[in-house]
Design a protein around this ligand. Structure first.
Ligand code: PLP
Length: 372
């Protein structure tokens, strides 16, 4: 028995990821362009994505956790180039410093305690250890705020034992070019950078790259735009779409006018309606908030998702679709050219990051255009 017969399909276009990276490189050169590949490369598969980006020439990578970095390095083994770096954005958890060092990961140190634990390791090893230092310029999430950073820099042994590779910060609203917080953060970052001039500046995420060259410094670190997420709100998306999601029709039925569909009957038929049940649900990443909003595609027809999204299925209105197209196993598109991740996210009242990272583990994954 083929137990995966009704699994949804996720197609990841690795060539599009490489093209998106090259697009960003073209915008930032001669400033270097890295890649944020945390959370399993935003759910798309970090090993395949990193292999593709390495082939394209990327050498600076960022994960969130030591564990993610260690697993990735172990998987890639000797294929990991000596000149590539892998940064850990959240910094090492207490006790994970030696793992971080053993795997050659560069920690991003976000607090006094992360700094002093990395220093302890350096003193123990009798050598300086590389690390990036994060400053908080206005997001109030990770990094040393202006005052504590200035205090640290004023101390004689503030960063003793540490060879600072990057000074980093993160933008809170970069996808909104008119938001005054961008300039405010930029001004702070410029100020704080002067206190650590030997470290390279790393500030812009995907959207930050589109704010202009003054935001680029020495290294940019995009994630979203590599994976086809629109970098600027309200403007055409210059990146290529990276994923396609399809799912199979399980069965269909006709219901009479006045009958309800799905949990709590949030959709009531106003006319006799042909209802199709499709094998994908919120466990696979079609968020429940997309209920009665998203649209699927079948053989050139757009079919509205009606009723509540269930864990493993969604229901669609197939009334307009000729009956000869309807067989169990027929593929419907859920994420496709006209309904990319951004528009599905909008229908579900969230952002495309959440759509990508919610894609579940039940997909049959296909990687295409591997030669990048
Ligand atoms: C610290 C940091 N830098 C860079 C990125 C990449 O941002 P984006 O995916 O918007 O390009 C992230 C993502 O959340 C991040 O947390």
């Amino acid at each position: 028995m083929n137990s995966r017969v009704f699994s949804p399909t996720l197609t990841v276009d690795l060539g599009a990821i490489a093209d998106n990276w090259r697009l960003l490189c073209g915008m930032t050169a001669p400033v270097k362009c890295g890649a944020v590949i945390k959370a399993n490369a935003y759910g798309l598969g970090d090993t395949r994505v990193v292999q593709t980006l390495l082939r394209a020439g990327c050498r600076e990578f960022f994960v969130a956790h030591v564990e993610e970095g260690a697993t990735l390095k172990e998987t890639l083994g000797t294929a990991w180039p000596r000149d590539a770096s892998l940064h850990v954005l959240n910094g090492p958890d207490p006790g994970s410093e030696s793992t971080c060092l053993a795997y050659g990961l560069t920690p991003v140190l976000n607090s006094r305690s992360q700094i002093s634990r990395w220093q302890d390791l350096a003193y123990g090893k009798g050598r300086t250890l590389p690390a990036a230092i994060q400053v908080d310029t206005g997001m109030a999430r990770l990094g040393l705020a202006e005052k504590p950073f200035a205090q640290l820099m004023a101390e004689l042994d503030g960063l003793a034992g540490i060879a600072p590779t990057l000074i980093m910060s993160h933008l809170a609203s970069a996808e909104e070019p008119d938001n005054p917080v961008n300039q405010l953060q930029l001004d702070r970052f410029r100020r704080l950078r002067q206190m650590l001039p030997q470290a390279k500046g790393c500030f812009a995420n995907s959207s930050g790259i589109f704010l202009g060259t003054s935001y680029h410094f020495d290294l940019v670190r995009p994630g979203a735009a590599l994976f086809g997420i629109a970098p600027v709100v309200g403007q055409p998306n210059p990146t290529q779409q990276v994923i396609r999601v399809q799912a199979q029709l399980i069965q269909w039925r006709c219901i009479a006018s006045g009958e309800g569909v799905g949990y709590n009957h949030t959709w009531l038929a106003e006319r006799p309606t042909r209802i199709g049940t499709v094998a994908i649900g919120y466990a696979d990443g079609v968020l429940r908030s997309a209920s009665n909003r998203a649209r699927l595609r079948l053989g050139g027809f757009t079919v509205p998702l009606i009723g509540r999204v269930s864990m493993d299925t969604v229901t669609v209105d197939l009334t307009a679709v000729p009956e000869n197209l309807l067989t169990a196993g027929t593929m419907l598109s859920v994420i496709y050219d006209e309904q990319g991740i951004d528009s599905l996210a909008q229908q579900a009242g969230t952002n495309a990051y959440e759509i990508l990272t919610s894609l579940g583990s039940r997909f049959q994954r296909h990687y295409i255009n591997d030669n990048g």
